[in-house]
Ligand binder design. Structure first.
Ligand code: DLL
Length: 436
């Protein structure tokens, strides 16, 4: 793999500024953001007033912890535009969550917000090793989802040659990579695996492709999966994180030269980690729920938003801005099985450590009697894995899960193609348990 480390002179000065400079800028911007939210969004006025807090009470960054949280239902309750802090006609772009599990969440951006978003995504793409003039295959979905258009904004700002292929039509994805010869690909890790399968189906060696870096996010993925993808494509694989409520892709990004967690672009997004049960801040470096406060957003300021993503904060390395460790999972995706907490990433780790299996999986939860049961559906790596070898792989993986997570699960190994493929975010959990 090529060394893609960006030149120091190409970075935004704030990326490598001193902590004092970063914190001074954060404090000034946080004061503005709290006031802007309080003065322009009735929800924030009511929520601050109810907590007995006023924007003027913020004297230091630590004071933020005295302000109330914002949660997903607050956004749903204010559907569609009541969380906007500017007149509707100043909103240049609207995105929304798919709304498959209820009321969609709607977010808005002014022209300035779009410029800031472009700049943090450009920074992220540069941290991945992309340079002006490089070609990008952008396979994140275009539409109300922030992935496709968000990456596109930043790619334009960095000066890449981008083609908006979006997700789906997998044979065409491979064809375009083969014909156009992009340097980078932006895609969910699970869809990257579908593209990988398609390379094999077309008899093309992915290691001979032009790709030098893959920029993967929008769903959890493990370091074991990173190695698998890097090996399969002979390219770097780096992690990009974000959520629509806070901006979209580009809230934090891993640097290609260090691959040691994601630097949060702290000049725009202020992170905290709290204990999800008590809501109290945890000690530095401890695991908990990630909470974000926007520092510059005009149309949709967000104060102490509980992301439900679990991670921990670490000091800066390749950049001065703090890092978040790879996300373990969302608290919503945490499975509680017979009293044990399990995340799909733990199943992914066991799968990646088992020989003879492909990196695709789905978890099925059911309740045949009184006890909840978990079945992990995987598939064999290739058609040569049959009979005894399949049973062996299933046993090895079940034993690994028992060892690392402490529960007994049933592992089933299907034929090649037996696990449903994603074209965007993978559906990891199918819950067949009776509701209520
Ligand atoms: O997924 C934005 C995005 C697009 C990020 C493209 C990266 C690349 P939402 O659809 O609002 O936005 O979903 C946000 O996805 O709260 C996490 O649970 C999860 N997520 C996003 N990036 C990562 C990541 C986009 N790198 C939700 N690792 C977040 C783990 C991620 N989970």
């Amino acid at each position: 793999m090529k060394d893609l480390t960006p030149l120091k002179s190409s970075l935004d000065p704030i990326e490598i500024a001193s902590r004092d400079e970063i914190e001074a800028l954060q404090l000034e911007r946080m004061k503005w953001s709290l006031r802007h939210a309080y003065d322009n969004v009735p929800f924030y006025k009511a929520s601050f007033d109810a907590a007995g807090m006023h924007p003027d009470d913020l004297k230091s960054l630590g004071d933020l912890a005295k302000f109330p949280f914002t949660v997903k239902t607050d956004l749903r309750d204010n559907y569609p535009f009541k969380m906007f802090a500017v007149p509707r006609e100043k909103v240049a772009r609207i995105h929304a969550s798919s709304g498959t599990t209820g009321q969609p969440t709607v977010v808005g951006y002014t022209q300035t917000d779009l410029e800031n978003w472009a700049s943090v995504v450009a920074r992220s793409l540069r941290a991945a090793g992309m340079r002006p003039g490089d070609m990008l295959h952008n396979a994140y979905g275009y539409g109300l989802f922030t992935g496709g258009l968000g990456i596109h904004l930043g790619a334009d700002a960095l000066g890449l040659s981008t083609y908006p292929v979006s997700g789906g039509m997998t044979p065409r994805q491979v064809r375009l990579i083969d014909d156009f010869k992009p340097k980078g690909i932006t895609v969910t890790p699970s869809y990257a695996l579908s593209i990988l399968d398609e390379f094999a189906a077309q008899g093309i060696d992915p290691r001979q492709s032009s790709l030098e870096v893959g920029i993967f996010g929008a769903e959890p993925w493990t370091n074991a999966m990173r190695l698998e993808i890097e090996q399969a494509f002979d390219m770097h694989a780096v992690d990009i994180y974000g959520l629509s409520e806070v901006m979209g892709p580009g809230v934090s990004m891993e640097c290609v030269e260090s691959k040691d967690g994601l630097h949060i672009w702290e000049d725009h997004f202020y992170p905290e980690i709290i204990n999800p049960e008590t809501g109290e801040p945890v000690a530095d470096g401890e695991q908990g729920e990630l909470v974000f406060t926007s520092l510059t957003k005009e149309a949709f300021p967000i104060i102490r938003y509980r992301t439900r993503d679990l991670t921990r904060l670490l000091p800066g390395t390749a950049r001065s801005m703090r890092r978040m460790e790879k996300v373990t999972g969302r608290s919503d995706d945490m499975i509680i099985l017979r009293g044990v907490n399990i995340f799909p990433t733990q199943i992914e780790e066991a799968l990646m450590a088992t020989r003879g299996l492909a990196p695709h999986f789905q978890i099925e939860l059911s309740r045949p009697g009184r006890m909840d049961q978990m079945r992990v559906l995987c598939e064999c790596a290739d058609a040569s894995v049959t009979g005894e070898a399949r049973r062996e792989a299933a046993n090895v993986m079940a034993a690994l899960i028992k060892q690392t997570v402490g529960i007994s699960v049933k592992v089933e190994v299907a034929d090649v193609g037996g696990v449903a493929r994603s074209e965007g975010k993978a559906l990891r959990i199918v819950d067949l348990r009776p509701k209520g």
